[in-house]
Design a protein around this ligand. Structure first.
Ligand code: SER
Length: 322
């Protein structure tokens, strides 16, 4: 493996864990982290870090040339809830960053690109259950519009210019190391933090809102798996549906109660309810499973156990250090 990898958006929820996993596989010096802001200590001290504004193509090119980068993982994006507040800014960041990286691949500065899409590409008119790979896609959010457009740009650059760009439609991602920011599925992360801190959670989604979700470890494995797959096995160049589990706030609360018996949950849906209601409840991902052998490992019980164990350990450590 002689690749040198640049991660743009390495300080974010997925980027930070992806960077550490790639550093383990490819070697610390081979994986360059970058973001518009600094990340956690582990990220900053385990390898190179560069400040990059993803909307600045020249800045990206400079870092690619400096480190002789061959692959880019573009993880920088404004998520669904924040994008509704800043539509223009979201479009600018989500679209221009992608077009910059696709252009750099077209110009042969890099060989391979990873870019995440999302369940947000689907909208109110898409089938809600087992949403197929190919179906009606009329997103009602700015984030969804940017992702569906981005998917078509990926496909276009592949078809017209032979760019090797690969993509997955992530569901909500659950993790404990770095907080997500500005997403609608973030409740499924917050709920664990609040359960450990306060023993209670006030949910911004209603109790029966079912959404597709996945544990971080599974998401990272899928990401690296699709990038390492043989080119001939990547048959979809827009973006692959990807699924693990689906649950509601009520169901996750009940699972948490198995560990924290006096945990309580209340429901005060806000503007994010409408976003969640526009998305699928479950996703059909047979193409990813067939084409490059995708398999998830974590179910709701396993996620809950792992989240609570790690967050409790983190809290105990902090208390010891006080
Ligand atoms: N997790 C994202 C969000 O909620 C969806 O891709 O915005």
């Amino acid at each position: 493996m002689n690749d040198t990898i640049l991660i743009i958006g390495a300080s974010g929820q997925i980027g930070s864990e992806l960077t550490q996993k790639l550093r383990k596989i490819y070697g610390n010096q081979q994986v360059i982290a970058s973001d518009i802001r600094e990340g956690n200590t582990e990220l900053m001290t385990s390898g190179h870090f560069e400040i990059i504004d993803a909307t600045n193509k020249e800045a990206i090119l400079k870092v690619i040339q400096k480190h002789q980068v061959t692959q880019v993982y573009l993880m920088a994006a404004m998520l669904s809830a924040t994008a509704e507040k800043y539509p223009q800014k979201a479009w600018n960041l989500n679209m221009n960053s992608l077009l910059n990286v696709l252009d750099l691949a077209k110009e042969k500065h890099i060989k391979q690109v990873y870019w995440p899409s999302s369940i947000a590409v689907f909208g109110p008119s898409s089938p809600k259950k087992n949403t197929p790979q190919k179906t009606i896609m009329e997103p009602s959010t700015v984030y969804g519009i940017s992702k569906v457009s981005g998917e078509h740009w990926c496909n276009y650059y592949h078809e017209k210019y032979g760019v090797d760009v690969r993509s997955i439609r992530y569901p909500g991602i659950i993790s404990w190391k770095t907080n997500p920011g500005g997403g609608t599925t973030d409740y499924a992360v917050d709920i664990f933090f609040k359960a450990i801190e306060n023993g209670s959670y006030d949910s911004f989604l209603s109790e029966n809102t079912r959404l597709p979700m996945m544990y971080m470890e599974d998401a990272i494995n899928a990401t690296i798996q699709i990038m390492q797959a043989n080119t001939k096995d990547i048959k979809i160049r827009t973006s692959y549906n990807l699924a693990a589990i689906s649950f509601t706030p009520k169901e996750i609360a009940n699972e948490i109660k198995k560990h924290i018996t006096d945990f309580t949950i209340t429901y005060h849906p806000d503007f994010r309810q409408e976003i969640a209601d526009s998305w699928p409840q479950s996703i059909a991902d047979i193409d990813a499973r067939t084409d490059w052998n995708w398999q998830h490992q974590f179910d709701l019980a396993a996620i809950t156990k792992d989240m609570i164990t790690n967050l409790q350990a983190q809290k105990n450590k902090k208390l010891e250090n006080v």
